[in-house]
Ligand binder design. Sequence first.
Ligand SMILES: *Cc1c(COP(=O)(O)O)cnc(C)c1O
Length: 401
Amino acid sequence: MTRPGKPRRTATRLVEAGRRNEWTGAVVNPPVWRASTHLYADSTDLAEGRPNADGHFYYGRRGSPTQWALAEALTELEPGAYGTLLYPSGVAAIAGALLGVLKTGDALLMTDNAYEPSRAMARNLLAPLGIETRFFDPLDIDAFAQAFCDRTAAVLLESPGSLTMEVCDVPAFAAIAREKGALSLLDNTWASPLGFQALRHGCDAAIMSLTKHVGGHSDLMMGSVAAGEELYGRLRAKAQSLGQVTAPDDAALATRGLRTLGLRLERSTSSALEVAEFLSQRSEIAYVLCPMLPGAPRHELWQRDFTGGCGLFSFVLKGRSVAARARLIDALELFGIGYSWGGYESLVIPFDPARVRSATAWPPQGWDSADRLGVRLSIGLEDPQDLIADLERGLAAMGDE
Ligand SMILES: *Cc1c(COP(=O)(O)O)cnc(C)c1O
C-alpha cells in the first residue's frame, strides 16, 4: 500500500506519511474511528464489500482509517516494505512473525542476546509446536553459519542486542541465512527504520515494538512487522487467523508519536552520547556498552550500517556488589526505575545477563569476572547536564564495595 512519487527525505515522510485524503478528509491527523461494524448501503454494496482488501471497510477486525494510516506511514518509512502489520504489543509482533514463517518440524536460530520474552517464546510457544530453537553468538559469524541444519527455516536477529548492546553484522548474517534458504527476521526496535533500514540490509522482516520510540510517551502498547509483498501476505493471513487487532485509540496515539519521532531520536541520541561520555571517564565503571560512542565495542560496525541511534545504552560496574548497584539506582532522582524505554522520560533498570545466556558467556571472555553487574539507561528529553549531575550523585552514593 505504498504510494508512488512521495517525497524521499525521512523528516518530510514523518510528517506526511499515511495522510490520505480519502481516509481522513480535511483533518490533519487521522481521527479515532471506533468501529466494529460498517453499515453497507444496500445488498449490492454488501456484495461488492471487498471483504479482505487492505484499506476498505469491512468489519472492525480489519481495522479502520486510524490503523491503516499508521500502517501505511510505517510502510513508507521502511524502504523495501510492501506492507506493515500492526499487533497489540511488540511481543505479539515477534510471535506473529515467528508463527507466520515456522511450522512443525522447522528449526529457528535465535541470537543469544535476544529480548528475554523472545527467548521465552522458544520454550513456551515454539517447542510445544515441535519447532526447535538453537541460540547463536551474534559476534561469531562462522559458528552462526555452522548452526544451520536442513530444517532451519528462520533466523531471529536483534542489533544492538537487548541489554548488552552488541552490534551484529546484520547484512552478513542475513546473506548467510538467505544462502541457506532461511528467512531473517530482525527485531529493529532499538534503531527503528530511521537508524537502520532492515529490509535494505537484507532482512526479510523488520519487527518493532511501537511501545518504545514510536509511541514515545509511555502510554501505549503496540508492535509492527514490515515485509515485502509475499511475506506480508503470509503474515497477514496468520495475524487474521489469530484475530490480531489494535485499538484505534492506540493507533492514533502511535501516529501522533511518529510525527515527532525524528526530533525525539535526535535529541535522545545526542544526550545519550553526552551521558555515555561522562560515564566512560568514571573509575567506578568498567565498560560503557553504547555502540554510538567512539571507541566503544563494535562502534565501527555501527557507523558502517546505522544512520541514527537512540537514548538506550548500558554500562557495567567495576567489581561492585548487587547492594552497591542498588544504592546507585536508588539515589537517582531523575531516572525512574522501570522496564520499557523510548519514552520522553529517562529510565534505569539493573540487569544480569548471565542468567539468560546459553551460547555465549557473561561476562564475556577477557573481562575480569568481577565486572559483571549491568545497568541500563534510557535517556529521555531532559537536559543532559541534569542527568549527568543525577548520575554523579548516584555514583557517589554507590561507594566502593
Ligand atoms: C520492549 C521490547 C519488545 C517488546 O515490546 P512490547 O511492546 O513491550 O511487547 C521487543 N523487543 C525489544 C528489543 C524490546 O525492547
